[in-house]
Design a protein around this ligand. Structure first.
Ligand code: SF4
Ligand code: SF4
Length: 203
């Protein structure tokens, strides 16, 4: 230990010692935080928020939300099935706490209602920026996991309600009919050097 640190005759610049230092650090995860002079506790993604002078924060542990189990391809009526898989979804009480908690600025409450009314297309667009942080879940007074409801609606939209690109459908049909089987067999039968030579020739 530096002897100077204990020297009572050395004047300490108290103001300098007490002056908070500005730091910028990033911590992966999600957290609750409050800044100096603001009583409101907010949420954020720690990976995209710099620590500020006087900030208090605590990290949020994963929340044990219930995730429904389903085979999307086997669902016959996904909009109706929502009520079997997530029966709590229509119990939303419009408190808006989920929207307030969302660090991605998504109107989560509106998304839940859109899912309940079968507007899966809007839900899939609204939740494009959802990072599945789960901050919207522990605040829900109706025990809804809005992010999981939205995930279900978005998957159902893609699997059941989107029009498949025409050329993609044609190509899948060609593959199923074996149009490319001979070519694949030829590629799979090549050794490393033959593969390199063929790839080089394509370039
Ligand atoms: S899980 Fe998605 S919707 Fe919920 S708070 Fe996080 S980013 Fe927002
Ligand atoms: S927190 Fe729950 S009850 Fe409140 S608006 Fe969001 S989904 Fe509805």
């Amino acid at each position: 230990m530096d002897q100077k640190a204990f020297d009572r005759n050395v004047l300490i610049d108290q103001e300098e010692v007490l002056r908070p230092k500005m730091v910028t650090v990033e911590i992966a995860g999600k957290k609750y935080y409050r800044t100096k002079d603001d009583p409101k506790v907010r949420t954020c993604l720690a990976c995209s928020t710099a620590v500020e002078d006087g900030m208090s924060f605590s990290m949020m542990a994963p929340f044990p939300a219930r995730k429904a189990t389903y085979q999307m391809a086997e669902l016959k009526d996904p909009k109706q099935d929502l009520f079997n898989l997530y029966p709590e979804a229509p119990m939303c009480r419009n408190c808006n706490a989920c929207t307030e908690a969302c660090p991605q600025g998504i109107d989560v409450r509106d998304g839940v209602w859109k899912a309940v009314f079968g507007d899966f297309k809007s839900v899939s667009e609204m939740f494009m920026d959802c990072v599945m942080c789960g901050l919207c879940t522990p605040v829900c007074i109706a025990d809804i996991a809005p992010n999981l409801v939205a995930l279900y609606a978005s998957r159902a939209q893609g699997a059941h309600f989107m029009e498949k690109p025409k050329r993609l459908q044609e190509r899948i049909g060609e593959i199923e009919q074996g149009h490319y089987t001979k070519e694949w067999d030829r590629i799979l039968g090549m050794n490393d050097q033959e593969l390199k030579d063929v790839c080089a020739a394509i370039k």
